[in-house]
Design a protein around this ligand. Structure first.
Ligand code: BGC
Length: 741
């Protein structure tokens, strides 16, 4: 094993060697695909219809220890894959039976939800996205893949690259936020990271699942084709371009057609337009759920519909195995479609090297806990820091640590952690005690958990606050309030947390609020009482040390929101790249303070009772230092179609601490044949600047990046003026303009 040198980076020669090894692995995955087709032909020629349908079936029924029934089924070729099943030893034994004792010796494929870490838990994906750091995210995916692969897992159901603009939807926690460019970039980094370590990735949930009406999970989605192609599909196309081996079809009906029976999505776009040659797995029983959707009379019809649409493997429900062989025999299902599906599945099994199990080639070592600590720190977003109260001075006397999320390992891990261990999580309380010594930390939870409504713990919390020089309050949402089927209609802090803040603030000490949550919450009463607010998501195993680093200045916040934060749930959806409308509100007329008579100044697109703008915009995040943006320049006043222009700007660190800044590039097409968003992200870069240092950043912007779908759904770049910003977030920045000729 190669260990990273302490405090330094790899020597260049070693880095190049590692890169070559990684490239060789990747090339190997590609090369095997070419060689594998004759082998697949030979297997297909020998397979019975039942064996084919078996390959197309994935089960969750493998329990520990393996039952005689399941062993017998594996020998018969009843299953091609298992998900979230058994122990590492069971998987090894099941694989031995499949490869040695079944008629054709076809190996099983073991899938698992390794969503944001396996044993080492990284921040939830929405938190990772706030790092805007594809390289670090790739490292985290590699670390997760390595831990999972060591336990006999071949395939993860990640990344989830559903765009969502609805914090009510619990699965926003698993998403990479609201923006197609950011999601595409970070999702592709995850795909690469997983697959570099031999773990097949799965781009899910194809497609549109994140647009569930009302933010209610599994709900209907209506997405016009232009929006679908410009916002919801690009991350999937990027995953495909990054070489993702599998896709998962969604639970949702998209424009009336369930994604799992959707020929437009699966055949026309995925296979036809993008040339995807891996396989598509359904979501959990989403094939037979088409009966409840009302587009199939029974399981047999659902199986036929999914097969025709392009689903290759059925997850959990058994309609493929139960009905496809008979449907073929009755002349109702095309046997070529079965062969095609089995071919795709075998292709991936071959590509993963499952037919020739041998030790995978060594790749550079990763230190998962180190990656987790860095990623947790970079995912935290500083939303407020009045009078520079943060970082706290290291010489401070006592601090009070209060709140239901200060010492809650399970909650800190967040949704989808099948293999993370609570006992390995370092909580903020533990990390702060470790940093300051136990005597300087006064601990009072105040509430038992985030939903606790009892005030019984308040007196102890207030007394701790009075005895301390500063209060750090850990608030938010428990693990079980976000994730699948965990939609919320109210976005406020649950339980008596608002009252706890009030009680603690009455002690008169500076309050620092740290919010741990799986989604954007609304917490204006906390933000107004606290001097500083850090938004930490569910930060995972190393969340505690990362937060202690940030609170005491051993690290400087650099996270930026990957999603807009609403002021209230009634504003949803609120996202930065909206259209302008014909009646945009004037800056001074949105939101009418309570008590004043309701006399809207104009008939404009606004609310009477709240500002239309978000509480915190997409891309926003403060630092302990300050950055100044200036001097936007363009390499030319105009650019011919098909060429690129260079946009540059100077970024200076005008504060007193060395820090990182995520610099963002936005464009707007103010006049086009189709109304265009007020801004769209087209690039970003994370840079590190010393105090007083100034750097010129250059972004290359091709006219292809300005293209959109016109009235006839043709992708075009229209000539004319374009505005451009180099910016710290989606509302500010230095601006310029250029023309496309
Ligand atoms: C989820 C998928 C997940 C699958 C397997 C489904 O309910 O929607 O994202 O991969 O279960 O656990």
């Amino acid at each position: 094993m190669l260990a990273q040198p302490r405090g330094g980076s790899w020597p260049r020669r070693l880095r190049r060697r590692i890169a070559l090894i990684l490239l060789a692995c990747f090339m190997n995955l590609q090369a095997q695909s070419v060689d594998s087709e004759p082998r697949i032909d030979a297997l297909l020629a020998r397979m019975t219809l039942e064996e084919k349908a078996g390959q197309m079936s994935q089960s969750t029924s493998m329990r520990s220890p393996l039952s005689e029934e399941i062993k017998e089924q594996i020998r018969r070729g009843r299953w091609g894959s298992f998900l979230n099943a058994g122990s590492a030893a069971d998987r090894a034994e099941a694989q031995r039976i499949a490869t040695r004792e079944s008629r054709l010796g076809i190996p099983l494929l073991f899938g698992r939800d390794v969503i944001h870490g396996y044993r080492t838990i990284f921040p939830i994906p929405l938190g990772q996205a706030a790092s805007w750091n594809p390289e670090l995210i790739r490292q985290a995916a590699r670390a997760a893949a390595r831990e999972a692969a060591a336990d006999g897992i071949h395939w993860t159901f990640a990344p989830m690259i559903d765009i969502t603009r609805d914090p009510r939807w619990g699965r926003i926690a698993e998403s990479l936020g609201e923006d197609p460019y950011l999601t595409a970039t970070l999702g592709a980094a995850m795909v690469r990271g997983f697959q570099e370590e031999g773990l097949a990735a799965c781009a899910k949930h194809y497609a549109g699942y994140g647009a569930a009406e009302g933010g209610r999970d599994y709900n209907t989605t209506w997405i016009p084709e232009r929006l679908l192609r410009e916002v919801y599909l690009p991350p999937f196309q990027a995953a495909r371009e990054a070489g993702v081996l599998t896709f998962m079809s969604g639970f949702n009906a998209l424009n009336g057609i369930p994604a799992t029976g959707n020929e437009f999505l699966l055949r026309r776009v995925l296979r036809g337009e993008w040339g995807f040659d891996g396989f598509v797995v359904s979501d959990y029983e989403s094939v037979t759920e088409m009966v409840r959707h009302g587009v199939a009379r029974d399981a047999a019809e659902a199986a036929l519909r999914a097969l025709r649409a392009g689903v290759d493997m059925e997850m959990v429900s058994t309609s493929f195995y139960d009905h496809l062989p008979a449907l073929v025999r009755a002349g109702k299902a095309d046997p070529k479609l079965l062969d095609e599906a089995v071919r795709r599945i075998l292709r991936i099994k071959l590509r993963l090297g499952l037919f020739e199990p041998e030790a995978p080639p060594a790749t550079a070592s990763i230190q998962p806990l180190e990656v987790a600590r860095r990623l947790s720190a970079q995912s935290v977003v500083l939303l407020k820091n009045r009078d520079g109260v943060l970082p706290l001075p290291k010489g401070i006397g006592k601090i009070a640590v209060i709140g239901p999320l200060a010492d809650s390992p399970v909650d800190q891990m967040g949704t989808w952690v099948m293999d993370g261990r609570a006992e390995e999580v370092i909580t903020p309380l533990a990390a702060l005690r470790n940093l300051l010594g136990p005597d300087r930390v006064l601990w009072a939870p105040g509430l038992k958990n985030s939903r606790d409504g009892s005030r019984a713990g308040f007196p102890a919390a207030a007394s701790a606050a009075r005895s301390a020089e500063a209060v750090v309050l850990f608030l938010g949402e428990e693990q079980i309030l976000s994730g699948e089927a965990r939609s919320r209609a109210f976005l406020g802090l649950p339980g008596a947390q608002d009252a706890l803040v009030e009680e603690v603030a009455a002690a008169g000490r500076p309050v620092i609020a740290v919010i741990l949550a799986g989604r954007p919450l609304t917490f204006s009463s906390v933000a107004s009482r606290a001097r500083a607010v850090l938004y930490a998501w569910h930060p995972g195993t190393m969340g505690g040390p990362a937060l202690a680093d940030l609170l005491f200045g051993n690290a400087v916040p650099s996270g930026k929101l990957a999603v807009s934060f609403p002021r209230t749930a009634g504003q949803v959806p609120v996202y930065y790249s909206h259209l302008h409308t014909g009646r945009p509100p004037a800056p001074d007329e949105s939101g009418i303070p309570t008590g004043t008579p309701v006399e809207p100044k104009g008939f404009t697109s606004k609310y009477l009772d709240v500002d239309v703008t978000p509480e915190y915009p997409f891309g926003f995040g403060l630092s302990y230092t300050t950055f100044e943006y200036s001097n936007l320049r363009l390499s030319a006043a105009g650019v011919p179609r098909g060429a690129a222009i260079t946009v540059s700007a100077d970024i200076a660190n005008t504060g007193r601490l060395e820090a990182e800044e995520v610099v963002q590039l936005y464009v707007r097409d103010p006049v086009a044949s189709v109304a265009r968003p007020v801004r769209e992200l087209k690039g970003f870069e994370r840079i590190r600047l010393k105090p007083g240092e100034k750097r010129t950043l250059r972004f290359s912007l091709s006219t292809g990046q300005l293209a959109f779908y016109d009235e006839r759904m043709q992708r075009v770049t229209e000539p004319g003026l374009f505005q451009v910003w180099v910016a710290p977030d989606s509302v500010r920045g230095v601006a310029g303009s250029f023309t496309v000729r």
